[in-house]
Design a binder for this molecule. Structure first.
Ligand code: NAP
Length: 260
């Protein structure tokens, strides 16, 4: 029996087989979960349907998280198909490309700040509000993905830093709000991984090389490293853990000055 046998889990943010959400889906499937997926628009719909089929899922639902109607539609459809939801994985982030290149202020304007926070942070709260009704009876686990750029400064990460800080605070407030309903809310702070979203950050290759050189494990993490931690956090083995930001970054966050 797997860690997640009998659990129904919604996974958002699969864009390709390099997506962190795909590593999460594979680990959760291996541990026995039944999965549903979302895709942002039809451009990606076919790709997500094919990946979903690889983990035995036919439940794929379009949802652009910047549209309230899409979020309502997602949970309506899910509620018509599944009697209850046990887990929700939010692996979504976006900021306009110009804001992820150069100085913090140079590519920043009101709209870039708004969009980054809307899609990358508010959307987790919006999905939590939509999903809690389906978890009310048996409780459940919600999980999001963040990055150390919420607390420390990384070149070109820029407006995503404040957006991830907002996301991490949202995790703590949601944990308190939903805890009495038996719903746990956590985040994984992953080390850098080459994905479509990451390729939008200027100089990402250098970030990967640096992390590999100085992290205690002397390597970068994979989507499978993150997926395994996600499966644990959404399983009953993590029943006492909520409001937590778990680092899956080969230990990079503990380093002050690397060996010179
Ligand atoms: P990814 O494969 O590109 O996934 C990002 C996902 O966000 C895509 O599926 C994308 O869909 C989706 N998305 C963006 N805007 C959306 C919207 N309005 N509505 C619905 N979906 C939307 O990249 P990833 O690196 O795996 O990112 C997943 C999460 O991990 C993000 O929160 C990211 O910040 C976090 N993270 C990544 C790293 C890293 O180094 N890669 C490290 C730490 C944390 P489209 O492709 O259709 O836009």
């Amino acid at each position: 029996m797997g860690l997640l046998t009998g659990k129904r889990i919604l996974v958002t943010g699969v864009a390709s087989n390099r997506s962190i959400a795909w590593g999460v889906a594979r680990a959760m499937h291996r541990e026995g979960a039944e999965l549903a997926f979302t895709f942002q628009n039809e451009r990606l719909g076919e790709r997500v349907r094919k990946l979903a089929a690889e983990v035995g899922s036919t439940l794929t639902i379009g949802c652009d998280v910047s549209a309230d109607g899409d979020i309502d539609g997602l949970f309506h459809r899910l509620g018509n198909t599944w009697p209850a939801l046990d887990g929700l994985v939010h692996a979504i982030a976006f900021a306009p490309r110009e804001a992820l290149d150069g100085d913090f202020l140079s590519g920043l304007d009101r709209e870039a700040f708004r969009v980054a926070h809307d899609v990358s942070a508010y959307s987790f709260a919006a999905l939590a509000a939509g999903g809690r009704g389906l978890m009310r009876e048996n409780g459940g686990a919600m999980l999001t993905l963040t990055y150390l750029g919420s607390q420390r400064v990384f070149p070109n990460y820029n407006v995503m830093g404040p957006a991830k800080a907002s996301l991490e605070a949202t995790v703590r407030y949601l944990a308190e709000d939903l805890g009495p309903e038996g719903i746990r809310v956590n985040a994984i702070s992953a080390g850098p991984i080459r994905t479509l979203a990451a390729s939008g950050i200027s100089g990402f290759r250098k970030l990967l090389d640096h992390a590999q050189a100085v992290a205690p494990l002397r390597r970068n993490v994979s989507i499978d490293d993150v997926g395994n931690a996600a499966a644990f956090l959404c399983s009953d083995l993590a029943s006492g853990i909520t409001g937590e930001i778990t680092r899956v970054d080969a230990g990079y966050h503990v380093i002050g000055t690397p060996r010179l």
